[in-house]
Design a protein around this ligand. Structure first.
Ligand SMILES: [Zn+2]
Length: 249
């Protein structure tokens, strides 16, 4: 049995003989691994279409191990492979997808990956703005992946906190979970400004068009960076390459 799908090329590594094993991200099944026969031999046409970060159309033969039967490039995203800084940012994004579970439909995640690679590849967007877009991407991605923070009511007692938020009140943030009432004693919680809570609600909900002209004050950016690091470390317990996403202030 074989089937056609679109996919993003995430990664590849040597396999038996001259074969290579490719990690692809697909909308229908999320992360999958496929063998490309003789990929390491020079002039292999299939391998030539499977450059890192590119969006491809593939024909996959299903088996105990899937194998690739055909491939063509849809979008190349060549800039991502020619600029070291972009390469590092894109690799951090890709690493999140490599760590995801396969076997389930991931249509929204697939679209989100296409969007962030498009922005990173776009030479009209400044590097500074790309760093902000990557951090927004992270909040959107983790929200889709089951880590959507609860930002309108208390995680512990479910009390509606939206009135206080509208009045600009600061709150307490429980890493990886959401906000809690200020009177709860919780050792892992950190304080968070009302401005940042509203900002997070906005970026998770907004589409990219609304985020185009987003401007952010230096103070808010600093606090956002700190909370993003805590959020990330709570979700992924081992430090990794992806921490680079946040090291840039
Ligand atoms: Zn509460």
């Amino acid at each position: 049995m074989s089937f056609k799908t679109e996919a993003f090329v995430l990664h590849s590594r040597p396999w038996k003989n001259a074969d290579r094993l490719y990690s692809l991200f697909t909308p229908q099944e999320g992360l999958i691994e496929v063998i490309v026969k003789s990929a390491a031999k020079s002039g292999n046409k299939l391998a030539g279409h499977l450059l890192p970060f590119s969006r491809v159309k593939v024909m996959i033969g299903r088996g105990r191990l899937d194998h690739l039967a055909g491939a063509s490039v849809v979008i190349d995203y060549a800039n991502l492979r020619s600029d070291l800084r972009l390469l590092s940012l894109s690799s951090s994004v890709i690493e999140l997808f490599l760590a995801s579970d396969g076997g389930a439909e991931k249509i929204k995640e697939f679209e989100l990956l296409g969007e962030i690679l498009f922005f990173l590849n776009n030479q009209e967007i400044s590097t500074e703005h790309k760093l902000i877009l990557v951090r927004i991407f992270l909040w959107k991605y983790l929200s889709l992946a089951g880590w959507r923070p609860q930002l309108d009511s208390c995680v512990i007692c479910q009390k509606d906190l939206s009135a206080g938020l509208s009045a600009g009140e600061a709150g307490k943030y429980m890493p990886g979970r959401g906000i809690i009432c200020r009177e709860h004693q919780n050792v892992s919680s950190v304080s968070i400004s009302g401005e940042l809570i509203k900002f997070l609600q906005f970026i998770i909900r907004a589409d990219w068009g609304q985020l185009d002209s987003l401007s952010i004050s230096q103070n808010l950016n600093k606090e956002w960076l700190k909370i993003s690091q805590i959020y990330y470390q709570t979700v992924y317990d081992k430090p990794s390459q992806s921490l680079k996403l946040f090291i840039y202030g």
